[in-house]
Design a protein. Structure first.
Length: 339
């Protein structure tokens, strides 16, 4: 299977990425037991299909180790040159507190060692407490490590618009911010996209298929009991659906998405992902990969085979404008992590 050229983006001068990123939160242990050998074997399937870009984090269980082992097996079986075809974007999520050069460098070195890389492709930084301004020190030290070649590019995850602006005002070069963005959660459209476009900051989006809720599986189904939901993603996004407008409005949305999916001969998740991929500033959508348990390689590929027309978008917007304003209800991007 070869993905079309439209599946790729020249994200930075040195990183050409797939616009659907393989999300590795799903190997953290809260989405079912992962068999390491089966996981690595499945990683080869993703890359061979054209899905070459991985999103992971220091706290996603063995995710960084999986990247390291995958890289070793890739070199052993296909040679050093094959490494240039994959991109691995990790995160650092420290506890707030005083940030020294040593603390920052030690943590960056852990990720480099686990992933088996001299230089991290993208380091996405998260900070829990804005009132603790040590995040600026952490970023300044990371910028120094970038100059020294230990990090290629510096990025953020779950920062709001106000604090992204503060970071940019401190002359720290940020290439992307990872935020929740879906047909259910459209908060980035309120302020974030505008600032990103002004400063050429890209967005990577997660939650775009709401942990699997935006799919045929939940169409015409009665509302699930949270206790019966099998993954932490489903429990998380059920709360988001409740805040957005509840199960009956969500069913209305799924019915519209099914009509659009049938018209284009694709799936409901394909429509949900395509809608967000087409938004300004969005570089890529992260779709979770439950490596060795469930894969959606062939289905994800269909995202690049169609385009939504004006009628499709109007039908979707007719439903979503009935929903609660999550920006008013929750706050800006990432505010749900800082309450």
């Amino acid at each position: 299977m070869n993905l079309p050229a439209s599946s790729r983006l020249q994200f930075t001068p040195d990183l050409n990425i797939c616009r659907i990123l393989n999300g590795m939160w799903q190997v953290s242990g809260a989405h079912g037991r992962i068999n390491p050998k089966a996981a690595i074997d499945t990683m080869f399937k993703y890359v061979d299909a054209g899905f070459t870009t991985w999103d992971l984090a220091d706290h996603y269980g063995p995710a960084e180790d999986f990247i390291g082992e995958f890289r070793r097996q890739l070199v052993a079986s296909r040679g050093e040159a094959a490494l240039s075809n994959i991109q691995a974007f990790t995160k650092w999520v420290p506890r707030p507190g005083k940030m020294t050069r040593k603390i920052v460098e030690d943590n960056i070195n852990i990720s480099r060692r686990r992933m088996g890389v001299e230089s991290l492709d993208l380091m996405q930084f998260h900070w829990w407490e804005y009132r603790d301004s040590n995040y600026l020190d952490a970023l300044k030290y990371m910028a120094q490590l970038q100059e020294e070649g230990k990090i290629k590019h510096l990025a953020l995850t779950n920062f709001d618009t106000e604090h992204l602006q503060i970071i940019l005002d401190n002359d720290i070069k940020i290439v992307s911010n990872q935020v929740q963005f879906s047909l259910v959660d459209r908060r980035p459209e309120v302020k974030m996209i505008q600032l990103c476009e002004q400063h050429n900051v890209k967005l990577f989006t997660y939650g775009t298929v709401c942990g699997g809720f935006l799919s045929e599986k939940y169409l015409d189904q009665s509302e699930p009991n949270p206790a019966t939901l099998e993954t932490v993603s489903l429990r998380k996004y059920k709360n988001m659906i409740d805040a957005w407008g509840g199960w009956s409005l969500f069913q209305e949305l799924l019915k519209v998405l099914q009509r659009i999916a049938s018209k284009h001969q694709v799936s409901i998740p394909n429509v949900a992902v395509r809608y967000i991929l087409d938004k300004p500033a969005v570089a890529g959508v992260i779709v979770g990969a439950r490596l060795g348990i469930a894969e959606h390689i062939a289905d994800n590929a269909k995202v690049f085979n169609f385009n939504l027309d004006r009628d499709d978008i109007e039908q979707i917007n007719t439903v979503t404008q009935k929903a609660q304003d999550l920006f008013q209800y929750i706050g800006d991007c990432g505010d749900e992590y800082r309450r």
